[in-house]
Write a protein that binds this ligand. Structure first.
Ligand SMILES: Cc1cc2nc3c(=O)[nH]c(=O)nc-3n(C[C@H](O)[C@H](O)[C@H](O)COP(=O)(O)OP(=O)(O)OC[C@H]3O[C@@H](n4cnc5c(N)ncnc54)[C@H](O)[C@@H]3O)c2cc1C
Length: 486
């Protein structure tokens, strides 16, 4: 570690993807600006990664949380390029492209050309058994509907997913198609989910083109000519050896010029003369260390707890962000023990089906190297914002619930060759209506505290590229402020 008495001392709290990429970017900036900076990252657990990790057990490679990231937001790909990890990236297996949605107990393919909310092709929509004839007609009517206007009395700035989809495409499209697809990403209640904070492009499409169907068809035409140049990656990317590759590489790079202290929990952040005093607990001991600046990347309520005395207003705002919990059963099965051909990346399950599981990712169909020859890896999701009570069950009970549903829906029989239940308590921030206003208030309040920055999945996006972007922006702001002080 490079130390000098004139070095700026920065503490990064949290060693998930946000904390690690913030620390790494601070080092990049310090080098670029030839600024002497001493970075210490505190992680309360024994290892880095937060909700990202890969277990290599009994010959199986299991991503414990996130298992891929989208590539159309550039922050993650660009970070991989800077870390020299491009040759470790893999794309999805096009053979199994597409998803299934459960309808009356049977998995049905999402109609060709249907993307999250909008149909771009007419024939597959007409043929799909996912919607009734009335549901299809109502969906098609979207093409002719006017855009919402002030006269509709609707809030111009935000709407819940349920409100928006029902208004444009009808209730059936919401309950049978769009709710399960969006729940697969946000594990949220569609009646509460803020569209502006999660999928603003659909609100923008309505504003700019009136009809979403019209907008998506236009975009398709334009992207056909753009595709001719050849996209480097598919929409999703993963790592050959699992997501841990990114965490391990970042941790190595951060430790090369800075310090990562594992099993060190920050319990208090107090404003002090030109900086902050951090109270840190480790191995039963408590110590106080002074830093010129602090970058908090924990979940928002935890950041709120750390700031309770120093910034009670900000602390109260941070604690307003709610989180949902989920559990994943990762299981590996012999293909001959599964009746369904699993010819997709996965299955999502509408709440209307009244099942206990809400999604099953066919991990080894999506990416190579996730299961031995002749086997398949499934990741089955339970709980989320819609069924939090399920997580009160013991691991054994949850395994029984999942196995029963997998048998019923996909015809899975016999014992899996590998099975592990992973709990992710309070892992998914819920972007409820009004989320962006709350985040703006948080950002404005935090901006009045010199040398303090917040970053992470609680604010402007939950995906890995969003976390990295949030981390890098916070690092940029902090470095600009600190170098101006010197
Ligand atoms: C089950 C699941 C599946 C997901 N799948 C995907 C996916 O496929 N693709 C995708 O893009 N995104 C996915 N996500 C979202 C994405 O993984 C997360 O948003 C992201 O990993 C969050 O990273 P973070 O660093 O902001 O927070 P965290 O991962 O929560 O990291 C925060 C860190 O801070 C530490 N910490 C907390 N308090 C303290 C303290 N007081 N002192 C010191 N350290 C502390 C914690 O131990 C933790 O390591 C998924 C999330 C979950 C839960």
């Amino acid at each position: 570690m490079n130390q000098s008495s004139s070095a700026i001392r920065i503490a990064v709290v949290g060693g998930g993807i946000t904390g690690l990429s913030a620390a790494f970017h601070l080092q990049e900036l310090a080098q670029e600006k030839k600024q002497s900076v001493e970075i210490t990252l505190f992680e309360s657990q024994a290892e880095a990664g937060g909700w990202i990790g890969t277990i290599n057990q009994d010959g199986y490679r299991i991503d414990t949380g996130a298992d891929m990231f989208i590539t159309n937001k550039p922050a993650a790909i660009e970070l991989c390029q800077r870390l020299g990890l491009e040759d470790q990236l893999i794309s999805t297996n096009q053979q199994y492209r597409g998803a299934l949605i459960l309808k009356d107990g049977t998995p049905v393919p999402v109609p060709l050309g249907f993307e999250l909310m909008t149909p771009s092709r007419i024939l597959p929509m007409l043929k799909t058994p996912l919607l009734s004839p009335f549901g299809k007609l109502r969906m098609g009517l979207e093409y002719f509907l006017p855009r919402r206007s002030a006269e509709t009395g609707l809030d111009e700035d935000d709407e819940s997913l349920a409100q928006f989809v029902t208004r444009r495409f009808g209730r059936e499209a919401l309950t049978r198609l769009i709710q399960p697809l969006v729940a697969g990403i946000y594990t949220s209640d569609p009646e509460k989910l803020s569209l502006r904070a999660t999928l603003p492009r659909f609100l923008d499409m309505e504003r700019d083109h009136r009809s979403l169907i019209k907008a998506i068809r236009k975009q398709k035409k334009q992207s056909k000519s753009a595709d001719a140049t050849g996209a480097r990656y598919g929409l999703f990317a993963a790592f050959k050896e699992g997501m841990q590759t990114l965490i391990r590489t970042l941790a190595e790079r951060v430790s090369s010029t800075g310090t990562i202290l594992y099993d060190h929990r920050v319990t208090h952040v107090a404003a002090a003369d030109s900086g902050y005093d951090l109270t840190i607990e480790s191995a039963g001991e408590t110590q106080i260390q002074h830093f010129d600046a602090v970058l908090l990347t924990t979940a928002a309520p935890q950041a709120g707890n750390l700031l309770a005395e120093t910034a009670p207003g900000l602390s109260g705002l941070l604690k307003q962000i709610e989180y949902a919990s989920t559990a994943i059963q990762v299981s590996v099965h012999r293909l001959e023990n599964i009746q369904h051909p699993l010819n997709a990346f996965g299955l999502v399950i509408p709440s209307a089906e009244q099942r206990k599981i809400f999604a099953v990712a066919f991990a080894s169909r999506k990416f190579p190297g996730r299961a031995p020859e002749g086997c398949v890896q499934l990741r089955t999701f339970v709980g989320g914002a819609m069924q939090p009570e399920l997580l009160e069950h013991s691991d054994e009970e949850l395994n029984t619930i999942v196995n029963r549903e997998l048998a019923d829906i996909l015809g899975v029989s016999g014992e899996p060759v590998y099975s592990k239940l992973l709990r992710h308590n309070q892992s998914m921030p819920q972007y409820h209506l009004g989320h962006l206003q709350l985040v703006e208030q948080i950002e404005q309040t935090a901006a009045s505290l010199p040398g303090l920055e917040l970053a992470g999945n609680a604010y402007r996006g939950v995906g890995i590229p969003d976390c990295i972007h949030s981390a890098e922006q916070a690092a940029d702001r902090l470095m600009a402020e600190l170098t101006a002080r010197v």
